[in-house]
Write a protein that binds this ligand. Structure first.
Ligand code: ATP
Length: 288
């Protein structure tokens, strides 16, 4: 296995001087996940300061979902360390889990339960009080009060996404992990959900770790962005820093520069590709 790969122009970590004292929301060190010959995550290290919104970008198969699943403890790493709010997720995850939550299009809520039943089950799992009030507020905020009595399996993709987000917010998590939070939402609903996430962060000071293919969303929400390629962190910086570094007007162009500089191979994990790891471009003119 080759060493973790961070270009010289990108800071290896981004501790935020304005972050509240105490352990980072998420601290990942030399994380590796192999599936047989496929190295899905290949020596990734980063921190998410408390209160920060950090985006995770990368092409299909770059390792984003695997990284999120490892942090959540849904997958065991091949090697490396993960701490959430100072708790080791391999030995002490039950100390962290009540303070975190997630939504992912790959994890369905039970289909036969109604939306209200599903949210009630999760609220009980977290030992919450005033469950009806909590569900009513989330349903109002995320605009699904009219769906509370419906079986969850009969919702549209966009409706399921909003309910999954409500499940992710039910315990007011300090660390919120979101995999494609607005992927199936229409532009109006997506915009309102992004506004809701901004308001949630402002109200609670939660850290949000967000994987997305929506560059405008990442630019709007994120203080800092990690760009993954073939299981590694290829570059990192605030949206403004990345745009300056690549001399591009928006993140979409930055992403395309990286993809095209690497022969369109920003995607895919590092299996059988050790000979195809050109040094990433520090500047856009190197990329063309
Ligand atoms: N269970 C598995 N068994 C074998 N390989 C897997 C498994 N899950 C993921 N992979 C591989 O690991 C790599 C990373 O996959 P991952 O789902 O993390 O990518 P991603 O960045 O989330 O992609 P996408 O944007 O398409 O969702 C891919 O090459 C994928 O094929």
């Amino acid at each position: 296995m080759s060493a973790p790969h961070t270009p010289p122009s990108a800071p290896p970590t981004h501790p935020d001087a304005s972050a509240p004292p105490g352990p980072a929301a998420i601290a990942v060190r030399d994380l590796v996940k192999r599936y047989g010959p496929v190295t899905a995550v290949d020596g990734v290290s980063f921190t998410v300061p408390r209160g920060a919104v950090v985006g995770l970008l990368g092409g299909n198969g770059a390792g984003k979902t695997t990284t999120i699943s490892l942090i959540l403890g849904l997958l065991l790493p091949t090697s490396g360390g993960i701490e959430v709010l100072g708790h080791d997720m391999l030995s002490d995850r039950f100390a962290a889990l009540p303070r975190m939550n997630f939504s992912s299009p790959y994890v369905d809520l039970p289909h036969r339960l109604t939306v209200r039943e599903n949210l009630t089950v999760y609220a009980h799992l977290y030992g919450l009080r005033d469950i009806p009030g909590r569900i009513a507020r989330l349903a109002e905020d995320l605009d699904f009060a009219h769906l509370l009595k419906r079986p969850t399996g009969r919702l549209s993709a966009g409706q399921k996404t909003r309910v999954a987000l409500a499940k992710a917010l039910i315990n007011d998590p300090e660390v919120l992990m979101l995999d494609e939070p607005t992927a199936s939402l229409d532009p109006d609903t997506g915009d309102r959900i992004r506004g809701h996430l901004e308001a949630y962060r402002a109200r609670t000071g939660a850290a949000i770790f967000l994987a997305s293919h929506n560059m405008a969303e990442v630019e709007r929400l994120c203080d800092d962005v990690l760009i993954m390629r073939r299981g590694r962190v290829h570059d990192r910086g605030s949206p403004a820093e990345l745009k300056t570094r690549y001399r591009r007007p928006d993140l979409e162009q930055v992403f395309l520069d990286i993809a095209r500089a690497t022969g369109g191979a920003i995607d895919e994990s590092s299996a059988d590709q050790e000979d195809a790891h050109p040094h990433p471009p520090a500047r856009p003119e190197d990329a063309r």
